[in-house]
Design a protein around this ligand. Structure first.
Ligand SMILES: [Zn+2]
Length: 478
């Protein structure tokens, strides 16, 4: 049934910017402090208080615009969006309406059918509202610490045709704002929130169907669920000969369904007009060019460089570049060690595992690129085997000591000396005459069994290459 309809999705993302202070005053943006401890006449909306634009907010918006190939407007305007709600003391939100700072951008996503370009209609700056705290003994209260916190609204064209494409776009955008350092990307705390406009239309129809707007969903998984539910709901209505109504709908995480919040009739007329307290924002060509020069290397470019320069598979490069901090760690490691693939194996393997086990982020990793590179060099020069290296790694993690100290202290130096390994080989072969006979009878898979036994006897210290060579000779009866 679904295949009768084409799905059309456009997304609006609100990204909270990581500036230290608010968009129009000096108050701190730190999260989680005593309610109303971070307020002043401006963000409390007291009469006569005048807003002053935070330059860093503009800088961050420009950066995001450049990273998504937008045109940066030399002149943009702040407007008042008028509505009444208790968390908005001024009675209006300062936003950008007719002349936003960025327009006409694009983002390329990967789909099953290859690369696809999603248009970005606009990016504008605005202030957040406060927060209502319900359920107190004295009734509901309002915390204005969040009032005037800087937001960037990123609006896409209705270019996505499935929930998968929507998620691919969101993840890409999320990755970019985090890479740029303009947003911490925390979905749960609401620093990166998404509204989805979803409609369907019979294939071939030019006009868009009537859309529903799904509000403020705080995880990628829920966004996908909400969109998929909405597509089916609308298809059911059309199948029964009904008409989809334009409305705002809320996603209910418990039931996985959406429900109506308000219809078009109740939609606000915001009576936008230019804010007379704020002069037009002028952005010079020099400013834009400087911002362009200072842009960090973005994920797509990083992936290409990792593949080219470090000679690693594209898969590895994509995993490593997914998060900027991990990419930086890997970059530092390869620069110290040199072998791209060995380094990517360790970062994607042991480092990632240990971080997960300990609930840590890469920035808190106790094994620095310097420590890890020092240890990998001991694998290269055969001082330790890859297996013992894991033991050394764990010890570095716990103690912060370097590999050489740990190898010395714990006597982990690999045994390459034939005269030390030979007795162990003889011992194991003598203890397993049955297996020896089977091996010689053609069951060569047993080699692994012998290697395991001898390794165990050497406490993992026998050099695998030396051991293998010797073992094969002995088994061949040489
Ligand atoms: Zn303030």
């Amino acid at each position: 049934m679904l295949s009768k309809y084409e799905v059309v999705i456009g997304l609006e993302v609100h990204a909270q910017l990581t500036t230290d202070t608010k968009i129009f005053c000096n108050c701190s943006t730190t999260f989680g402090n005593e309610p109303n401890s971070q307020t002043c006449p401006v963000c409390l909306g007291l009469p006569g208080a005048l807003p002053v634009l935070n330059k860093k907010v503009v800088e961050y918006a420009i950066r995001t615009g450049l990273a998504t190939e937008c045109t940066i407007a030399p002149r943009s305007i702040f407007a008042r969006k008028n509505y009444f709600y208790p968390d908005l003391p001024k009675g209006y939100q300062i936003s950008q309406f007719e002349l936003p700072i960025c327009e006409h951008g694009r983002l390329d996503i990967e789909t099953d059918d290859g690369s696809k370009t999603i248009g970005i209609t606009r990016i504008h700056m605005e202030e957040d509202a406060g927060k209502l705290l319900h359920g107190n003994e004295a009734g509901s209260r309002v915390d204005l610490n969040r009032a005037c916190t800087p937001l960037m609204e990123i609006v896409s064209e209705p270019d996505m045709r499935s929930s998968d494409e929507a998620i691919a776009y969101l993840k890409k955008l999320h990755q970019i704002v985090v890479y740029l350092g303009v947003c911490d990307g925390n979905l749960e705390e609401g620093s990166f929130r998404c509204d989805a406009n979803v409609s369907i239309r019979p294939w071939g129809q030019k006009e868009f169907g009537t859309r529903a707007e799904l509000k403020n969903i705080n995880s990628f998984r829920f966004i996908k669920q909400a969109i998929d539910y909405e597509i089916e709901r609308q298809a059911d209505i059309l199948e029964e000969g009904g008409r989809v109504v334009q409305e705002t709908r809320l996603f209910d995480t418990a039931s996985g369904t959406t429900r109506s919040m308000r219809g078009k009739e109740e939609a606000h007329d915001y009576r936008y007009f230019p804010d007379p307290d704020l002069v037009p924002l002028l952005v010079s060509e020099e400013w834009i060019e400087r911002a362009r020069r200072e842009l960090p290397e973005l994920p797509a470019a990083k992936i290409e460089r990792f593949v080219e320069e470090y000679d690693i598979p594209r898969y590895d490069a994509e995993v490593l570049a997914a998060e900027r901090a991990i990419a930086d760690y890997y970059d530092a490691l390869v620069k110290l060690h040199g072998n791209g693939k060995l380094c990517s194996n360790w970062v994607m393997g042991e480092v990632q595992r240990a971080l997960n086990d300990n609930g840590l982020e890469i920035n808190d990793c106790p094994v620095t690129p310097q420590l890890l590179a020092g240890m990998l060099k001991r694998i290269d020069d055969n001082t330790i085997s890859g297996k013992i290296a894991k033991k050394v790694f764990d010890a570095m993690w716990k103690s912060g000591k370097d590999a050489d100290t740990i190898i010395e202290e714990q006597g982990l130096k690999q045994v390459t000396d034939l005269s030390a390994i030979e007795p162990l080989v003889d011992e194991v072969l003598a203890a397993n005459p049955g297996q020896v006979a089977e091996y010689r009878g053609g069951k060569e898979k047993l080699l692994g069994f012998f290697v395991g036994q001898i390794m165990k006897a050497s406490k993992g210290k026998a050099n695998p290459a030396t051991l293998n060579e010797l073992l094969k000779k002995k088994l061949a009866g040489e």
